[in-house]
Design a protein around this ligand. Structure first.
Ligand code: NFE
Length: 494
């Protein structure tokens, strides 16, 4: 029997996502992922001072503003032909690193844990899908306690970012050429104390909780594999090499395809809009991309475009970063932590391509990154510069490629008469939650849903578990702009 399942909106993610699935004999045979709000930011940026991009693009989202600050600053660094000095590079890494930690803890405890843990019988823990909750009550209660503890811990991570960024969210100190904050002994020690608390939480609470859930829900280490093509732009610069594709990064820039690593050539990235509500031409490279809305366009079903690399679908995010590190042996600490988790759970590297694999990779990279940050903060040289000066060119083009916590983030700018002529951003969730492309190839989440078991179409919790494992952020991918405040759509939240 064929049944049409609609989850709209899918809750406990960032933003508004509609998932539609066709279920045949208890299995998903086809899925569609739809972003139901429009992002008008690209148009808002046109004609403005290019420096505004660093502040305005952070307003895409309150969860990953630091990634937009760094990507847009690197985009302008590239357009102006400048590179930050060591201090600027390190401080940008620390601001971003604190936000990765905050974001990953947020995702696990406040968005996804309740997929696997039965919460208390009062809001915000109900209403919920009645899933197959398998943990003993004592373990569930303990993880619910950690849910509350994680709220305080996330505050510490925000404070850690703010030590160097001025405030959070939407940081003030990241600029083209470096940062504007003056490092002091006080700031370094304030940062280190909070980092110590976070590392204690990651090592003793977060990672163990993820391992506990992974042990009990072992079937989810076999479910939701997706396209198995992985893309990472890399993040956390370790040198000042001007060419981003040659720069050393803590998380490497690479593509994983058919079991092997390949280089990233930014010229091969395009965005299709055949199934997206845009009247712009399809298959444009982002440097000449357009985002002209057409909400009535057929056969459109989403505000997200379909980014592709060389006409191929790619998944981005912590699982991509872990598999790339694992395959290329590029980061020994990362490889060691992945091996330890796989050994403890008696899983194979292939199991990383799964719902549980994504959760494990997210927790593992939180630990590996937090450990590295403890070294990076001590590399700051208090008597040295944090930025180089810049001169705004009359005309220039540039791009910034940088992995946000959710994956590959790209910003592209074109400057004319010292103003923004064109700006395009392709965010991680645009990759993961993309619709079909011009060739009809489903996006990464759509592919991950194919084959998912749905025993009860009124209670499609496996669909929710698969989609949430990607940590989608539709706020980043699409935003609403209605100058007269028109009512566009009524939705009911279950
Ligand atoms: Ni709104 Fe974002 C991240 C970016 S998401 S959270 O991480 O860029 O697609």
């Amino acid at each position: 029997m064929r049944t049409h399942v609609m989850v709209d909106p899918l809750t406990r993610i960032e933003g508004h996502l509609r998932m539609e699935a066709v279920v045949e004999d208890g299995v998903v045979v086809e899925a569609r992922s739809g972003g139901t709000l429009y992002r008008g930011f690209e148009q808002v940026l046109v004609g403005r001072d290019p420096l505004d991009a660093v502040q305005l693009t952070q307003r895409f989202c309150g969860v990953c503003p630091t990634a937009h600050a760094v990507a847009s600053s690197q985009c302008l660094d590239n357009a102006m032909g400048i590179m930050p000095p060591d201090n600027g590079r390190i401080i940008r890494n620390l601001i971003q690193g604190a936000n990765y930690i905050q974001s990953h803890i947020l995702h696990f405890y406040h968005l996804v844990a309740l997929d696997f843990v039965r919460g208390p019988e009062f809001p915000p823990f109900i209403p919920r899908y009645e899933a197959d909750y398998r943990l003993p009550k004592t373990t569930s209660d303990e993880i619910v306690n950690h849910y509350v503890q994680a709220l305080h811990i996330r505050l510490k991570a925000h404070e850690m970012s703010a030590v160097f960024s001025g405030k959070m969210p939407h940081c003030a100190s990241v600029v083209p050429g470096g940062v504007t904050v003056t490092p002091t002994v006080d700031k370094v020690t304030t940062f280190l104390w909070r980092l110590k608390e976070l590392r204690d939480f990651i090592n003793n609470v977060y990672l163990p909780d993820v391992l506990t859930i992974a042990e009990v829900y072992r079937d989810y280490a076999e479910m939701g594999a997706g396209c198995k093509n992985l893309l990472s732009y890399g993040a956390f610069d370790l040198d000042n090499e001007p060419a981003v594709t040659k720069r050393q990064r803590f998380f490497a820039m690479a593509r994983f395809r058919q079991g092997k690593l390949e280089a990233v050539d930014p010229a091969k990235i395009t965005e299709d809009v055949k199934y997206s509500w845009y009247k712009s031409a399809s298959h444009l490279p982002p440097a000449s991309g357009e985002s002209l809305p057409d909400p009535t366009k057929a056969p459109g079903y989403t505000w997200l475009k379909a980014p592709r690399y060389d006409n191929t679908v790619f998944e981005v995010g912590p699982m991509a970063r872990a598999v790339i590190a694992y395959t290329g042996a590029s980061n020994p600490a990362h490889v060691k932590a992945v091996n330890e988790a796989l050994t403890q759970l008696r899983l194979r590297p292939e199991n990383l391509f799964s719902v549980m694999g994504r959760h494990l990779c997210r927790a593992i990279e939180t630990k590996v990154l937090a450990d590295a940050m403890a070294d990076w903060v001590l590399q700051i040289k208090l008597d040295q510069a944090v930025a180089v000066p810049h001169v705004m060119p009359d005309q220039a083009q540039g791009y910034g490629l940088w992995d946000a916590s959710r994956g590959a983030l790209g910003h592209w700018i074109s400057i004319r008469n010292k103003r923004i002529e064109r700006y395009q951003a392709i965010v991680p969730t645009t990759w993961n939650a993309s619709p079909r492309d011009d060739l009809g190839q489903p996006g990464a989440i759509e592919q991950a849903l194919a084959g998912a078991p749905v025993k009860d179409t009124a209670n499609p919790f496996s669909v929710a578990r698969i989609v949430r494992s990607f940590d989608p952020c539709i706020a980043c991918a699409v935003h609403l702009l209605t100058p007269r405040g028109n009512l566009l759509q009524k939705i009911s939240v279950i």
